[in-house]
Design a binder for this molecule. Structure first.
Ligand code: PAF
Length: 273
């Protein structure tokens, strides 16, 4: 496995596929599933590349950035065990020029859900993802559906800017009790960790209701507990991410929930009926 820290020395893309899994490290089983998906796309002769970079410009709270776990040695070991070919682990100052003055802005899909409560977050995500695509030159990149809005925005960016990278979506990987896997789960107290699977249970049971209002009411009642605070809970059109006013099109029930300072997100598809 080749480890590259200096962006200037990234090896040229091979003839065969190069599939990228962009991450911020603290790799868990969910990331490893994305890496396996990348391998199945790359085939035996293609390359799997993983980027590990805690992107400072996508954090809206300095405490969240500071608390983000960075177990690099452990991450490299996991990549090695998965047969990853290339790992990109740049330092922030080798990625961002001190006088940088260019940002990628998506200004439709990013205005709602996480974008509404985390101003600037998706500008930071789009900017780093485009930079990673330019540096690593992958033929395709894998993103998890847990970050549904991120996936939709990256697809839009790639379409709008003619970026020659195929975007592969991978279903959310869950713990056995249904909690979506996330690097942030390790920051939950044991009591919060026991409470948090209610988020998934709430979304699944609420999605069976017959109107947007009853879906949202049911979900809210089932998510709320003395240990948490709902950041947002919304039913949106699965394509436009605009609020869904009826169930005539596929929609998405999406939420972000705070356990103290730890913010967890999840979503569930609601089929049209
Ligand atoms: O989903 C993430 O881990 C990050 O937002 C990403 C795509 C690696 C960009 O920093």
């Amino acid at each position: 496995m080749r480890i590259v820290a200096d962006p200037a020395t990234f090896p040229a893309r091979p003839q065969q596929a190069r599939i990228l899994v962009p991450t911020m490290g603290a790799l868990h089983e969910g990331h490893l599933e994305l890496i396996r998906r990348a391998r199945s796309f790359a085939g035996p002769n293609g390359e799997v590349a993983v980027s590990i970079f805690v992107n400072p410009i996508q954090f809206d709270r300095p405490d969240d950035l500071a608390a983000y776990p960075r177990p690099l040695e452990d991450d490299l070991e996991k990549c090695r065990a998965e047969g990853v070919d290339l790992v990109f682990t740049p330092e922030a100052d080798s990625i961002f020029f001190p006088d940088r003055s260019t940002t990628v802005l998506e200004y439709s899909l990013s205005k709602t859900l996480c974008g509404a409560t985390r101003p600037g977050h998706f500008d930071g995500v789009c900017t780093i993802v485009l930079k990673l695509f330019n540096l690593i030159q992958p033929s395709a990149a894998v993103f998890g559906e847990k970050d549904y809005q991120q996936l939709a925005i990256i697809r839009r960016m790639v379409r709008d800017l003619n970026v020659p990278v195929e975007i592969i979506a991978h279903p959310t990987i869950r713990e056995s009790d249904g909690l979506a896997m996330s690097s942030r789960n390790t920051r939950l107290t044991p009591e919060q960790r026991t409470d948090a699977p209610r988020i998934r249970r709430a979304l699944v049971s609420a999605a069976k209701m017959l109107t947007p209002a009853s879906i949202l009411d049911t979900a809210r009642a089932a998510i709320e507990s003395p240990l948490n605070r709902i950041d947002y809970l919304q039913l949106v059109d699965a394509e436009t991410l605009e609020p869904a006013t009826d169930l005539k099109r596929s929609s998405l029930l999406a939420t972000a929930v705070f356990y103290d300072k730890v913010r967890l997100i999840d979503n569930h598809a609601v089929p049209w009926h």
